[in-house]
Design a protein around this ligand. Structure first.
Ligand code: CS2
Length: 485
């Protein structure tokens, strides 16, 4: 058994690809906040490929921002930033690769000043983010920055000891301005439509209270490219760690398993240079909007639908849900009848082929993507993944039944699941409203403005939703969907 670290790289089995570049010669050019599985399966791999090609100024400094990130920080530090990426094909074959692009790691709660210093280092040209859909801190129905959260209040009071991404960015950008450094790029890699624009709007909103004098500098010197990111990356399990030991003799405390598909469509708007990311699936384009709309609404929206259908049917994994004909057909109908008709054309993409690829990807039995992962944090996801489609369909009086089914299933799940099992930062309030809808106002859940905005004002929505919810409660999900066929 070989412990994964820099000294042992040369001893790994030959079928495992390892960095061919000299890691000690790599200069750090990117600070990345949020070193979870997705970043390590996606951007860190693309960057590893750029480093292989000799673009040696683009090493990544990974920031563990939250206390909960201490574990990944400790593991990556012990492994010299190295980790194994296991790409698992639908036939069960694997490509295993050790990624070397994370050349430094910092644990923010342990030393906030070191993080601010790093982010304001002249060598850093890009700050990238995977902070999850909820991390942007806006009210999903109004789009407004939420100043009232305790973490934001803390950062406004103690700007030199920040805890949120906004607090860190404000402190670091101020230092960059004071050092008279020129541009920097802040690049969001989260599943939010116009993720760069949103990051910019939220940062400026925060600065309007934290440091209004910095706003003009940010407008002038910082760019926020939008991007569409895609690669299904399940949560790493103890079995994944064991399999890596058993099959390859590698002792890696936190490998990442993912599917072979990957895509990264990036708006080419970098104010201080960028790597020439050129791996499979990368495309630099002037406008990301149609790509991100397509991906978020079809894939992520389709995931949420499959996630709740699969959970209520009693499955554990996404591929099990997809193997069920009824669920697969509902997913296909959702994509083709409800989502595609309100999408804008995407250059070079045939939507029905895209749909087919996505359904096949969901069906990959070897990546074992967990339904619990998909339905986790639904309050931060469903409004972003589904509501735009729903509102556009309402405007043209188009089909909405599967979107209403998704909301009804979510409500039913909340009514019947013990609070501790619900992985959602808003679980108390959403569960309270879901339960109120059983005994009090039947629309209590749908009336939660923070999730659904004005949706309960639509008679079409309330009627369809209540009919489905009542049916699920009375006859269960299977009978309900049978009657929808
Ligand atoms: C998933 C995404 O979190 C979710 O609900 O839909 O993590 C999805 O797997 C990725 O966006 C795929 O690119």
């Amino acid at each position: 058994m070989i412990k994964l670290n820099a000294a042992n790289l040369a001893s790994l089995p030959s079928e495992v690809e390892v960095p061919a570049y000299n890691r000690s010669e790599i200069k750090t050019g990117i600070v990345h906040i949020g070193i979870g599985g997705f970043h390590r399966a996606h951007q860190a791999l693309y960057t590893d490929e750029a480093l292989q090609q000799g673009q040696c100024n683009w090493g990544i400094c990974g920031i563990a921002l939250l206390n909960a990130d201490k574990k990944i920080y400790d593991i990556l530090t012990a492994q010299d930033g190295l980790y194994t990426l296991v790409i698992t094909n639908p036939d069960g074959s694997q490509a295993v690769r050790v990624i070397g692009s994370i050349v430094e790691c910092l644990f923010a709660p342990g030393n906030p000043n070191a993080v601010i210093e790093k982010m304001s280092d002249p060598d850093i040209k890009i700050i990238t983010l995977t902070i999850t859909e909820g991390g942007y801190n806006f009210n999903p129905s109004t789009g407004e920055f939420q100043f009232e959260t305790p973490a934001i209040q803390w950062d406004l009071t103690y700007p030199e000891q920040p805890t949120t991404v906004f607090g860190y960015l404000a402190a670091a950008l101020k230092r960059r301005k004071d050092k008279r450094l020129r541009g920097i790029t802040i690049q969001s890699c989260d599943n939010i439509q116009h993720n760069g624009d949103v990051a910019k709007r939220m940062l400026l909103a925060y600065l309007s209270k934290a440091d209004p004098k910095l706003m003009a500098w940010v407008e002038r010197e910082v760019t926020f490219p939008n991007s569409m990111v895609d690669r299904i990356t399940p949560v790493t399990t103890p079995a994944d760690i064991e399999n890596l030991k058993k099959n390859y003799g590698i002792d890696d405390a936190w490998p990442v398993v993912c599917e072979p598909f990957r895509q990264w469509i990036i708006e080419d708007k970098f104010s201080n240079g960028r790597p020439d990311w050129s791996g499979e699936g990368v495309q630099f384009v002037p406008d990301v909007t149609p790509y991100e709309k397509m991906k978020i609404r079809i894939l992520n929206g389709g995931h949420s639908l499959t996630g709740f259908l699969g959970t209520l049917f009693g499955y554990t994994y996404v591929h099990e849900a997809i193997q069920n004909q009824t669920i697969r057909q509902l997913l296909e109908r959702f994509i083709s009848d409800e989502v595609i008709p309100v999408l804008d054309e995407v250059p070079g993409i045939d939507f029905s082929a895209y749909q087919q690829v996505i359904v096949e990807r969901f069906g990959n039995p070897f990546i074992k993507d967990q339904l619990t992962r998909i339905i986790s944090q639904s309050s931060a996801k469903i409004p972003k993944f589904i509501l735009p489609t729903l509102n556009e369909q309402l405007e043209k009086d188009g089909p909405i039944i599967l979107q209403c089914l998704l909301i009804a299933m979510w409500c039913y799940y909340l009514e019947n699941t013990p609070t501790v099992e619900i992985q959602d930062d808003m679980r108390e309030i959403i569960q309270q409203k879901a339960r109120e809808s059983v005994s009090g106002d039947p629309l209590a859940f749908l009336k939660l403005p923070v999730l659904f905005g004005e949706l309960s004002g639509s008679e079409r929505v309330t009627e369809t939703y209540l009919e489905l919810l009542t049916s699920i409660r009375k006859q269960g999900i299977k009978r309900t969907v049978e009657q929808m066929q």
